[in-house]
Design a protein around this ligand. Sequence first.
Ligand SMILES: [Zn+2]
Ligand SMILES: [Zn+2]
Length: 473
Amino acid sequence: MTTYSLTLRDEHLTQLRNHLLREEGCEHAAYVLCNVASIRHDPWDRQAHRKYLSAKVIPVPDDHVLESTPNLVTWSTASFVRALKEAKANEQVVAVVHNHPSGMTRFSEQDDANEPDLARLAVNRNGPDSTILSMILTADLQIAGRVWLRPLDGAHAPLRLIRIFGERWTLHYEGRGADASVPSFNRQALAFGDALNHDLRKLRIGIVGCGGTGSAVAVSLARLGVGHLLFVDNDIVDQTNLNRLHGSCQADADAMRPKVEVLARTVSEMGLGVKVVPIEAWVGDPQCRNSLRSCDIIFGCTDDHEGRLFLNRFAYYYLTPVIDIGLAIDVDRGTPPSVKALDGRVTVIATGHTCLLCRGVINPEIARAETMRRSEPDEYERRKAESYVIGEGNPAPAVVTFTTELACMGVNEMIHRLQGFRGPEGGAQNRVRKFHLSEDRRPGHKPGPACAVCSGDGVWGKGDTEPFLGRIA
Ligand SMILES: [Zn+2]
Ligand SMILES: [Zn+2]
């Protein structure tokens, strides 16, 4: 079986809202052109999954509307045929959206009767494999949707999840907030309500980099009740990790166990019903793609520039927010050393936000050296000996209380974006905690004018492309 979901950029929802939801309380219509991520195998439910990614909103012009009442909208299909043409040219799918002023998120009998005609038109215009989506928006901004699969026999399937990503992150799915949370998470429902617990249960969250920070993110997400976790790391536990790697012990270092395996054991032993997928690989390795594309949100806890560079593109192509976390401790060379700076950074990489390259977080030269070390180790060693590449420095200082606090900062940013506890202006695209000064700062950076990923929406929600994540200029 295949399951279906949709990610809608927040500004697209705003455009839909402005066109569909009007004072007079009648139905209106619009289209959303969507790109596709086609996932062969979701690692948690082991089913195929199609993720639709919003690319463009096209309102049905008012002068094409034949009838618009509180229970009905009909319009001439000329605009639909134009939308199909544009979708075909860009390998996209058309979603037909209308509003239900009554607030009903179920499709009406009228919808069931009309939509197969549109689905048939799509097959006739764009070929036998064409599908369309249909969506309902209510006055209180609830959204539901379905996919028309085989219009000739009326087969359709629900969108199991609709994600809206902007300054806030909103999820729509069947049964949200319908029943009470399980007892293990009651105490946090007392703070934030049952809906957050349901959202967390529903989410598929990836953690890339399972060291000090990543392991702290993982145990926090598990205890929050996140239902599906993915761990990606290609490293093994070393004795020097034991000061900060949550869940690890000396025996893991002795057995040279992979970090992802230790973390999967730690989380599953909690018995909190979290489904865990460990992948022992570098994040850019093709074997990770299926699982990364299945994620709704990703935490970037890696310390390599190349991995960050990969996630920096992935976030925009797949409309998947990445919460990137980094710690930098700068000491002088005295004995004992004294701290010059102790900075923790949490950056949200997402459409509408400035990317890590433009913030100067990623050093492209180091990323290139890391690529060479991974793919051409002999050449890398030769150039390192001749000082042509930037070699690895001494091991960076790391202290568990700071890596863990930083992980909590990152997770709390996610909780705010899902639940809103900090109020309307509460999200921070980039927060730097100056631990040595006991203060937080929010350094702002604008997208660089030539940035391929964050300066315009050219690649936002592109989804699957050949090559993967496009050609890097
Ligand atoms: Zn309807
Ligand atoms: Zn950028």
